[in-house]
Design a protein around this ligand. Structure first.
Ligand SMILES: [Zn+2]
Length: 397
C-alpha cells in the first residue's frame, strides 16, 4: 500500500495528502439489463410506459446475451469505483416461463459476469409471482415466475448452497413488490434465507399504494410488516411515498432504505422522505437501479440536492453521512463486512486534489476514478463490449 493513504475510519474516508483515495462504493440496487435502455426513446410519459419498453428488452434476453450485457455493465461499475453490486434479479426462466436445464442459469450467469470483472455481488434472487393484486403473470412476466413461493424458495436455496463461504458472492432474497407476491406468500419469501439480505421495492409509485390499499386495506409497508419482512437485514428500495406510520415502521426495524435518486428522477417517481427516515432510525444506502447513470457520487449528492430543491434549505445531509451510505453501509446491507469497502478503496484522479477540492463527494464523478488495476479490460474495450451487447439486444426487440 506504499504511496497510497489508508482511508480514515470516519467520515467519507477521503484523504487530501499525497494521493486521493475513497472507499469502495456500494451499488445496492441494480437491474443490469436495464442498461440496454440507456439513451433510448422509451414509450409514454409515465413509469408505466417505460416499463412496457423494459419488458420488451427482457423478452429477448437469453443467458448468453444477458452475460455479455452484464460483463460490460459490471465493468462500467468497476470503472466508476464500485466494489460491490446488489443485483435485483427476476429474469429467471426461458421463453414462456420454461425453466432452463439449470433453473438457476441466469443467476449463475450474473455471478460469473461479476467475477470476470472483479466485482463483488449480492445476487438478490427475486420472487415474482403475480401481476397486480391477484392477477396471473402476463407476457414476459412468465419468465419471472416460479409458480409459488415454496418453489421459488427451493430454487433459491439450491443457488445459495453453491456459494456458501465465497468472499465475493452473497445470495440474498428479494420480494419484487406487493404487486408481485401474494400477501399469503410474503412470509415464505421473508424466511427462505433467514440470515441473508432481504430486499423489496416499496411505494415507488402512488398507484402501487392505491392498489394495495384497495386490495388489502393496508399500505405496502404495513402489509409487509404483517409478514415479518422488516428487520435489520431488510432493505426497502425507493420508499418514496410513505405515511408517517410507514416511516416509523422502517425506523423501528432499523431497516436499510435504498434510494436511487437518478432513476427516481428519470422515472418521475418523486423524492423520498430521507431525512424523516434517518431521524426515525432507518439507514440510508444508494443504488443505480435502471443504470441510466452509473455514478454513486451522483446518487449520493442527489439525496442532498433533492432535499434542497424540496425544502429550500441546505445541509440536511453532510458529506460524512452520504459517504457512509455510499460505501460501508451499502456493503453491510448486501451481507459483506463494511471493512471490505476500505479494502476496495479506489484512487481518484490527481486533478481532484490539485483542483483544491477538500471534499470530493460534492464534486467528483465516476469519471474521476482511476481504473482499478485488477480490471482485465481497458475503458475503450468496455465501451466496445457495451456497444456490441446493446446492439445485439435491440436487433432482437
Ligand atoms: Zn428496482
Amino acid at each position: 500500500m506504499s504511496g497510497l493513504d489508508t482511508p480514515s475510519p470516519s467520515g467519507s474516508g477521503y484523504s487530501t495528502s499525497e494521493r486521493t483515495t475513497f472507499p469502495g462504493l456500494a451499488n445496492c440496487h441494480s437491474h443490469v439489463f436495464h442498461r440496454a435502455l440507456r439513451g433510448r426513446e422509451v414509450g409514454g410519459d409515465t413509469f408505466w410506459g417505460w416499463r412496457d419498453r423494459m419488458y420488451a428488452v427482457a423478452a429477448v434476453l437469453d443467458p448468453d446475451l444477458l452475460h455479455d450485457l452484464a460483463v460490460a455493465t459490471y465493468a462500467e461499475m468497476r470503472l466508476a469505483g464500485i466494489g460491490v453490486v446488489g443485483e435485483f434479479h427476476y429474469l429467471h426462466h426461458g421463453p414462456d416461463g420454461v425453466a432452463y436445464d439449470d433453473p438457476n442459469a441466469t443467476g449463475e450467469v450474473l455471478i460469473a459476469a461479476a467475477r470476470e470483472v472483479g466485482l463483488r455481488i449480492c445476487l438478490l434472487d427475486t420472487c415474482y409471482l403475480s401481476s397486480g393484486f391477484g392477477g396471473a403473470p402476463a407476457g414476459v412476466q412468465d419468465r419471472f415466475s416460479d409458480g409459488d413461493a415454496d418453489d421459488w424458495a427451493e430454487r433459491v436455496n439450491d443457488l445459495a448452497s453453491r456459494h456458501v463461504g465465497a468472499d465475493d458472492v452473497v445470495v440474498g432474497a428479494a420480494i419484487h413488490s406487493v404487486r408481485a407476491v401474494p400477501a399469503d406468500q410474503l412470509a415464505t419469501v421473508a424466511s427462505a434465507l433467514p440470515q441473508a439480505p432481504l430486499h423489496v421495492h416499496v411505494s415507488e409509485q402512488p398507484a402501487e399504494n392505491a392498489d394495495c390499499l384497495t386490495a388489502t386495506g393496508r399500505t405496502p409497508v404495513a402489509l409487509l410488516a404483517e409478514a415479518g419482512v422488516w428487520t435489520p437485514r431488510t432493505t426497502a428500495v425507493h420508499a418514496t411515498h410513505l405515511t408517517d406510520a410507514d416511516v416509523a415502521t422502517l425506523g423501528d426495524a432499523s431497516a436499510y432504505v435504498c434510494l436511487c435518486p437518478t432513476t427516481e428522477a428519470e422515472l418521475a417517481d418523486g423524492v423520498g422522505p430521507s431525512v424523516r427516515l434517518r431521524e426515525a432510525g432507518a439507514r440510508l444506502t444508494l443504488g443505480s437501479d435502471s443504470n441510466t447513470v452509473i455514478d454513486l457520487f451522483a446518487e449520493a449528492r442527489a439525496v442532498e440536492m433533492h432535499e434542497r430543491l424540496v425544502t429550500g434549505t441546505r445541509g440536511a445531509w453532510d458529506a460524512a453521512a452520504l459517504g457512509e451510505a455510499a460505501t460501508r453501509s451499502g456493503y453491510a446491507s448486501l451481507g459483506f463486512a463494511p471493512e471490505l469497502a476500505d479494502a476496495d478503496a479506489v484512487t481518484l484522479r490527481d486533478s481532484v486534489r490539485l483542483g483544491g477540492v477538500v471534499e470530493p463527494l460534492w464534486v467528483a464523478t465516476a469519471a474521476d476514478v482511476e481504473p482499478p488495476k485488477a480490471l482485465p479490460y481497458e475503458a475503450e474495450d468496455v465501451a466496445a463490449m457495451m456497444r456490441r451487447a446493446v446492439s445485439a439486444v435491440w436487433e432482437r426487440v
